[in-house]
Every structure is written in structure tokens, then in C-alpha cells.
Design a protein around this ligand. Structure first.
Ligand SMILES: C[S@@+](CC[C@H](N)C(=O)[O-])C[C@H]1O[C@@H](n2cnc3c(N)ncnc32)[C@H](O)[C@@H]1O
Length: 301
């Protein structure tokens, strides 16, 4: 068998996930010409009306960060490093937010506190399912806590997304929801995890009602856009801050929630609150869930 995706490819998608869209890509992979006419984006693109915050001040460690009592980034994480270096870096536990080292830090690229910044490490394959369209699985065993991929696309203002109902690839950056563990996303530890002053800032930054920003992978994205929802998922969403401290614009990372054997479909909980999606007439819109889990809620929304 030939993998559908080159092990190191990060972004191969253009347009909707229709079969015809993928066909040229398959050709590209097989013939190893995998740059022709396709967006290859490692990072999130940014809409013109979104201004990225200034870089946050970094730590003053040299080489790699290893002293949590002096590393400024470890202090932001509650005086500890969120990762252990085993298997190339694994998240110890799901956190409200992970503060990674960034461009202003003194440490180098080998620092464990940059674990989510190293790109794909597993051979991920896009495959067709009977009822859910395209889906993603790994050819490799993925250990619990390992970073699987980032959700990339165009970083945009949520209010500018006028085709939300037709666009299945919008990820709202809703870290307050993630922090509170609302709506079925991976249950987070309580607010005590992060320093009170930072938490106050998060509450100021994140509106209680609607998320201000989203990642639109409808036209540009990476493999994360093909990962389906499951009511009993094997991945979880983790907000990560690595260049700035604005939680509204956090990076969205997917981590393994468990040890995942090869070829098991990769899924995360989309976290919809039931009856929260309305159609253009204001009527509640419903979508059946085909995840097949014993605890399935039977609806995505
Ligand atoms: C981000 S896309 C995931 C990739 C998608 N399957 C594809 O073919 O491009 C989200 C869409 O996939 C489908 N989907 C994802 N998880 C599903 C599930 N558990 N049950 C039914 N449909 C699902 C829904 O159409 C949803 O709007």
C-alpha cells in the first residue's frame, strides 16, 4: 500500500473535500510532484482585517529550557513544563492553555517547550468513509499526549464568515469554552491551573457570547480539516500560545487523548451544544452523528 499522504506533508487541501479535488493531489503524491498548483501552508494565513498581537516577551534560558523555577515560560504554565521529552515531546495533561516558548525566547528549536511547533511526526492518511465523507487515520502508533496536528486555515473574524452554514471547515477559537470544558470538549482542569491575573485577562479577552475569531479551512487548510467528530474521541483540542498572549488568537492543536493504534480513525469532539446551530430562517438545524460510539449523542448539533 502507498500512503495517500507524504509523511511530512502538512497541507495539501484546496477547496472543498470533494473527491475530484483530491484526485489531482493523489496524482501529485504518487508522482512526488507535490507542489504543483496546491497550497502548501505550514502556518495559518491571516485575513487582512485581523491584526496579530506583538510578540510576547520570552524566557532567558539558553539551549533548552530545563529549570521550571527560572524559565519565564514554565512560570506561565504554573511553574512547570507542560511537556515531557519522551517520544519527542508529549503533553503531560490537557491544560487550560499551554504557553510554549516563542520567537523572543533564548532557547533553541530543540527545547521541549516547543513541542507543538515541529510539524507532523506521524504518517497520516486521508481515507473515505461510508457516511462521514473523508476521514483521517495514522499509519503509526500515536502515544497518548503526542501532538498530532494543528488546525490551520485562514485566521479570520467570525463575523465575516457569512457562509457558515455551508462551510463545514470553520473552527471557532473558543478558548473560554475550552477552559471551562463546556459543550463536550475535553474536560479541562479547573481555573486554579493558571495564575488568577492571567485568567482575569482571558475572561476580558474572550467574550462570553460568541468567539471573535475563527480558523477557516474552507479554501486553505491542512489535514486537520478532514478529521471527523466523535462523541468518544481519541484526540482533544488544546489551545497553545507560542508567539503572543492573546487567547482569542490562540493556536489550535490536536493531541492524542489516548494511545492510538495504527489505522484507527482520528477524531475529536467538535463540542457543539445541541440546538445551538440555526439556519438562515432562525430555525434549529440538526445534523446526525455517525461516529458509532456507544455513548454517541446521535447528533453533531
Ligand atoms: C471538518 S469536516 C470533516 C471532514 C469531512 N468528513 C470531509 O469529508 O471533508 C466536518 C464535516 O464532516 C462531517 N462529519 C464529521 N464528523 C461526523 C460525524 N461524526 N457524523 C456525521 N458526519 C460527520 C460533517 O459533514 C461535518 O460537517
Amino acid at each position: 500500500m502507498t500512503p495517500l499522504f507524504h509523511p511530512q506533508s502538512l497541507c495539501i487541501c484546496k477547496g472543498k473535500a470533494a473527491y475530484n479535488d483530491l484526485l489531482p493531489y493523489l496524482h501529485i503524491v504518487r508522482s512526488r510532484f507535490w507542489h504543483r498548483g496546491f497550497t502548501y501552508c505550514k502556518f495559518v494565513k491571516v485575513a487582512k482585517n485581523v491584526k496579530l498581537p506583538m510578540n510576547a516577551t520570552g524566557c532567558e534560558c539558553k539551549g533548552i529550557c530545563n529549570d521550571p523555577t527560572t524559565c519565564a515560560c514554565a512560570l506561565r504554565n504554573g511553574s512547570d513544563f507542560p511537556y515531557v521529552s519522551r517520544d519527542g515531546g508529549r503533553l503531560v495533561e490537557a491544560k487550560d492553555v499551554v504557553f510554549e516558548c516563542g520567537p523572543e525566547c533564548g532557547c533553541g528549536p530543540g527545547c521541549v517547550n516547543r513541542t507543538s511547533q515541529r510539524g507532523l511526526r506521524y504518517r497520516l492518511e486521508v481515507f473515505r468513509t461510508a457516511k462521514k465523507g473523508w476521514a483521517v487515520r495514522s499509519w503509526d502508533f500515536i502515544p497518548s499526549g503526542a501532538p498530532v496536528c494543528e488546525y490551520t486555515g485562514i485566521l479570520a473574524r467570525a463575523e465575516d464568515m457569512d457562509s457558515v452554514l455551508e462551510n463545514n471547515y470553520i473552527f471557532e477559537i473558543d478558548c473560554l469554552q475550552t477552559i471551562k470544558g463546556l459543550g463536550g470538549r475535553e474536560r479541562r482542569s479547573q481555573d486554579g491551573d493558571i495564575p488568577a491575573n492571567l485568567l482575569d485577562k482571558y475572561h476580558d479577552q474572550c467574550s462570553e457570547s460568541a468567539p471573535e475569531f475563527c480558523i477557516d479551512a474552507g479554501s486553505t487548510g491542512n489535514i486537520a480539516r478532514f478529521i471527523n467528530h466523535c462523541c468518544e474521541p481519541n484526540l482533544f483540542v488544546q489551545c497553545v500560545l507560542s508567539t503572543h498572549n492573546d487567547l482569542r488568537l490562540a493556536r489550535v492543536m490536536l493531541f492524542a487523548a489516548d494511545n492510538i493504534p495504527p489505522l484507527q480513525e482520528l477524531t475529536y469532539d467538535y463540542g457543539y451544544v445541541l440546538d445551538s446551530v440555526l439556519d438562515s430562517d432562525g430555525k434549529i438545524k440538526q445534523m446526525p452523528c455517525y461516529c458509532g460510539a456507544s455513548v454517541c449523542r446521535k447528533r453533531l448539533f
